[in-house]
Design a protein around this ligand. Sequence first.
Ligand code: ADP
Ligand code: ZN
Length: 435
Amino acid sequence: MNYQYWHRKVEIMPRPELEVFQLERLQALVDYALRTSFYAPKLRAAGIKGSDDIKSLDDLKRIPFTTKHDLREGFPYGFLSIPKEEVIRLHASSGTTGAPTTIYFNRDDITRWTGYVARSIYGTGCNHTDVFQNMISYGLFTGGMGFHAGGEEIGMLVIPSGSGNTTRQVRLMQDFGTTVVHATPSFLLHVESIMRAEGVSRDSIKLKRAFAGAEPYSEDTRRRIEELLQIDVYNSYGLSEMNGPGVAFECQCKNGLHLWEDGYIAEIINPDTLEPVPDGETGELVMTILCRETTPILRYRTRDLTGFYTEPCPCGRTHRRLRRITGRSDDMLIVNGVNIFPSQIEEVIMAMKDVGNNYLIEIEKDGVMDKLTVKTEIGPDIFMDDSRPLNALKERIRKTIQASITINPRVELHESGSLPVSEGKAKRVYDKRPR
Ligand code: ADP
Ligand code: ZN
């Protein structure tokens, strides 16, 4: 394959050189952090009074972890390292798990961030001839403006279509010959359902690629989107605390997400002991941002569960690859004492024939026991009024889920397109148990 690199020199930089670069950035960043009201006392208490006290990358470990709770405590300006007058933009996290947190940018921060997004997009094989429709919410959420700027940087025609309004999205694709889209995986599946329901032929659109992210999804969901829409889907990972998109992205090999190590330092820890896990094992991703001066965030506990692949990527990039993020440590559900992750359910049902594009999970109390219900849409070739195949399908889903998570779920089948679709991140779990 002919791999293309946007920032060739840094993307294939030998690791020893990359680490020297990281150390220089970390030293600079510590000086910025010392100017924030949150980090100043914490760094001093750890014996770090200036960049001279950071002599190697190992010194990072002297700095305590930062949590989401800390970011909320520091709201609104506890993490700001420069005078407010020099800030040119703010963004906020989408607040999936509580109150949102805010991050600030100066002009250089925005330029650097745009560079990482451009590098990510270009690495999937796009160029200036592409037409890029950004089907994600603009505004405080970083996925809108972040991807928009990255797309413009490499010279693509960018259509800021925003999220939702599926029929119009399809129309835009037809009118302007969209070749690339960015969306959540759940929205991509929804677009396919609507195209099918409205009789839009695949030939009437020119789509080749999609960047899918902002929420966890399984390899089977990727395959499903790729087969249904006949496109290549690339996994995109980011979080607003670390700028947003452009943190880790798949290259043309689609075998894990290159984490841009000239902009970020990643650690994987055991969330219980807080010790690093052995190389290659799964744990919680902890991140330090090296590419933003205005809101330094050091050793941030993302709660996202993943690990590094240990072998190098055939594309030649030296930046390590993260495995698909299966969810957050706080997504875990305890159902009748058994720990399960919603991603385990998704993995089995999205791989099944005759299951449609949307599903949700409901948990209720039934006396003293928890009752788990999985509601899924049915595929287009199954009919709601034909009870024999429906019952067989239901039974097949029930058994497959039980084999995977040991819990025996109740299964409900719904017509294609009838389960709720969110405009942003999909809401899949409805835990109705009293707290
Ligand atoms: P919030 O934390 O409120 O959801 P963000 O918009 O910053 O706000 O979302 C970042 C989070 O979204 C990540 O920490 C991760 O949990 C999830 N996420 C983003 N991209 C992916 C992806 N490709 N795979 C799995 N999860 C993802
Ligand atoms: Zn690669």
